[in-house]
Each structure stands twice: as C-alpha cells, then as structure tokens.
Ligand binder design. Structure first.
Ligand code: SF4
Ligand code: SF4
Ligand code: FES
Length: 245
C-alpha cells in the first residue's frame, strides 16, 4: 500500500528592507513540506529556522489574540497564525499589509498607526466629573450591555480591515472600520459622558463615518468577525441625527 506524500508548499514572500539602500522589493520562493495542522505561522518559522534566518515577520501569541501576524496571503489581509495551509493551494504568496510603515519583509509597524488613531479618536472613557479614585468599587452594568461592549472590544488592532479598505487607499486620513468600531464601543459605554455633538466633532466628517463607502471590504476580512457594518451604519444614523438637530 503506497503512503500518501505530504504536499510541498511553495511560499513566495515579498522581501524588502527599506533601511538598506542597496535592497529593492523582490520575491523569494521557499519550499516547505506540509505537515498536519500546519499554519502559515509554522511555515514562516520553518523557513526562518532552516532556510533563512534573516526573514522578518511579527508574532506574539500564535492564537489570533495579539493581532501582530497580519499580512497579505494570496492578496487577502489575514492572520498568519490562524491560517491553515490545508485551506490553501500549494503555491502561496505572502506580502506585508499595505498602508502601514514597513519594518522589513512581512514586519510592519501597526502599533504606531493604531496609537495615532487612538489619540485622534480619544479612545478612552471621558468623565470630567469623576476624580481618579483607586478605592472605588467596580460599577454595575447590565450584562447585555457589557456583552455588547465586549463584542466590540475584541478588536485586536491587526490592521486587516485597514488593508482591505479601498477608501483609506484614497484618503489616508480616513479612520477606517477599526476607528469607527472603537468610537461605537465608547459611545455604547454609559461611563463615557461625551455628548453626541462631541462625537460628531470627531467622526462627523469625510475622514470619519461619512467617508465610508459601505462596500464591506472590512467586515469580509476581519479575523475576529466583528459586526463592523452594522456599527458603521449605527454611527452614521446617529451622526445624521446630530447634524439635523
Ligand atoms: S465599509 Fe467603509 S470602512 Fe469598511 S472597507 Fe468599505 S469604506 Fe472601508
Ligand atoms: S476591526 Fe477586525 S480587522 Fe480591523 S483591526 Fe480590529 S480585529 Fe483587525
Ligand atoms: S501571532 Fe498573535 S494574532 Fe497571530
């Protein structure tokens, strides 16, 4: 009886070190024997350990939680640690997510972009009346509301929705689905005392909710399956109401 052979995966990776004046963007192809349950994260480790220890890519958790292993897999933004090779053809192309600062190869600086976004959107609880009090007990919240907020808090800031958004390619200042999702999260939170007008000043413009073309690219690629479209639609309705007041 003949044993079935494992597939040999051909992994083509876009290599480039922007800090090396002699380097230029080019593809390099590596061959890796597929193993049962293999993810792209494991493939990249195999390549780095056995074929090219200069290959750069990011990872921390290996479990879809830190959001750092996002990249383009056959042109689609996704997380390498959550992508099984068995779901892919044996010819696989990997490239860094566009729009973010490239560190090297597949490694990008999403943290810098996300920090700028969080500062712009002021993604923290605003409550001017409350003084900082470390002895204060946790406040009660309705379980359904807590669940709704938690659902939006599951964003891992991977940047896949940013890379999948046609609008950000044309307008780099657009806050994207990740930004609108964060605003929706704080707007839901009863501890945040910002008024509708204050929210309008943040996202009631073309860089915010009115810049979204509702083409669903973001929701299609979000690895955490966040309800991005319904939250964007909710914010848009709220902003229109505020503008008409
Ligand atoms: S629906 Fe809006 S945020 Fe999502 S990809 Fe399209 S333009 Fe971007
Ligand atoms: S909304 Fe989804 S795709 Fe966008 S950064 Fe958060 S987890 Fe990633
Ligand atoms: S390594 Fe953390 S999400 Fe992939």
């Amino acid at each position: 009886m003949s044993e079935e052979k494992n597939r040999i995966l051909k992994i083509s990776i876009l290599r480039f070190d922007p800090n090396d004046p002699k380097d230029f963007p080019h593809m390099e192809t590596f061959e890796v024997e597929e193993a049962h349950g293999m993810t792209l994260y494991i493939v990249l480790n195999e390549i780095r350990e056995h074929q090219d220890n200069a290959l750069m890519f990011d990872f921390v958790c290996r479990a879809g939680i830190c959001g750092s292993c996002s990249m383009l897999v056959n042109g689609r933004p996704t997380l390498a640690c959550r992508t099984l090779t068995s779901k892919l053809d044996e010819n696989i192309t990997l490239a860094p997510l566009p729009l973010f600062e490239l560190i090297k190869d597949l490694s990008i600086y999403t943290g810098k972009w996300m920090q700028g976004l969080n500062e712009r959107l002021e993604t923290w609880i605003h409550n001017e009346e409350e003084k900082l009090n470390f002895d204060k007990l946790e406040e009660r919240m309705e379980p359904d509301l807590a669940d709704e907020i938690y659902e939006l808090d599951r964003c891992v800031e991977c940047g896949c929705c940013v890379a999948g958004c046609g609008n950000i390619q044309m307008n780099n200042d657009f806050v994207g689905a990740v930004g609108l999702n964060k605003v929706a999260r704080y707007h839901l939170d009863p501890r945040d005392k910002r008024t509708e007008e204050e929210y309008y000043n943040i996202i009631g413009n073309e860089d915010g909710v009115f810049g979204c073309m509702s083409l669903l690219g973001c929701e299609d690629v979000c690895p955490k399956d966040l309800p991005l479209q319904s939250k964007i639609a909710y914010l848009r309705r709220m902003m229109v109401k505020t503008a008409l007041k």
